[in-house]
Design a protein around this ligand. Structure first.
Ligand code: F3S
Length: 101
């Protein structure tokens, strides 16, 4: 099993999740992050850190979000690792408001 970043991260990329990861499993895309399932140890430490509730255990993914498992696996292979917090994207507050979170 792994932990998965989903849609709510897109256009936010708050990166609060990154520094609590003990194994540096996060990878950085232009508009969101992804978790490498081969590295993730499923500790769940990142889940409560995300202000927009974007991270789930694979087994707890809401219906319709199953595709994010493969997306995280594929994108994390292509993109560079991220190990430090960044400024959120400029669109982050607007997206968060839209989400009502
Ligand atoms: Fe994205 Fe949430 Fe991390 S918005 S970068 S999953 S803290």
């Amino acid at each position: 099993m792994t932990t998965v970043v989903t849609e709510n991260c897109k256009d936010c990329r708050f990166t609060d999740c990154v520094t609590v990861c003990p194994v540096e499993a996060f990878h950085q895309g232009d508009d969101m992050l992804y978790i490498n399932p081969d590295v993730c140890i499923d500790c769940s430490a990142c889940i409560p850190e995300c202000p927009v509730e974007a991270i789930f255990e694979e087994d707890d993914l809401p219906d319709g979000m199953e595709d994010w498992v493969d997306i995280n696996e594929n994108m994390s292979q292509e993109l560079p690792q991220i190990t430090e917090t960044l400024e959120p994207l400029e669109t982050a507050d607007e997206k968060r408001e839209k989400l009502g979170l």
